[in-house]
Design a protein around this ligand. Sequence first.
Ligand code: CA
Ligand code: CA
Length: 141
Amino acid sequence: MKALSIITALFFITIGQASAKVNFIEALVEKYPSVIDDSENGKLLDCFTCHTVDKWQRNDFGLELQAEIRAEYTAQHGQAPTVSTVYDRDLIKTALTKIEDTDSDGDGYTNKVEIESNHCPGDYKDYPGVADSRTNCKTEF
Ligand SMILES: [Ca+2]
Ligand SMILES: [Ca+2]
């Protein structure tokens, strides 16, 4: 019985992660259509735009986006989200707007400038003007 509970919990955690990824990527594309149009390889359409090599951890951009999403969710619903809350695309887009003039990774370029030029907003080593042949924003800090 305990094994079944663990399997069930893992199933819902996995579904939650997949939904979070899909919702984030859909929100990113809706807000910044250039991530597809200007991207040769879809570099930003991946978990590593917000997460580090260890996908359980967020990079600086992911942390700021998470904080804004939680703040916006709390403002809209009158209560803080739970661990299993799956956010809708509009909420994610609102949070993206709120942090687009921020330079999350401290490389001198705002998140909006980086995203619209196909550079990683959570990786200070990748910014406009730097050649980067990676196929995603995977970094090892
Ligand atoms: Ca930046
Ligand atoms: Ca950057």
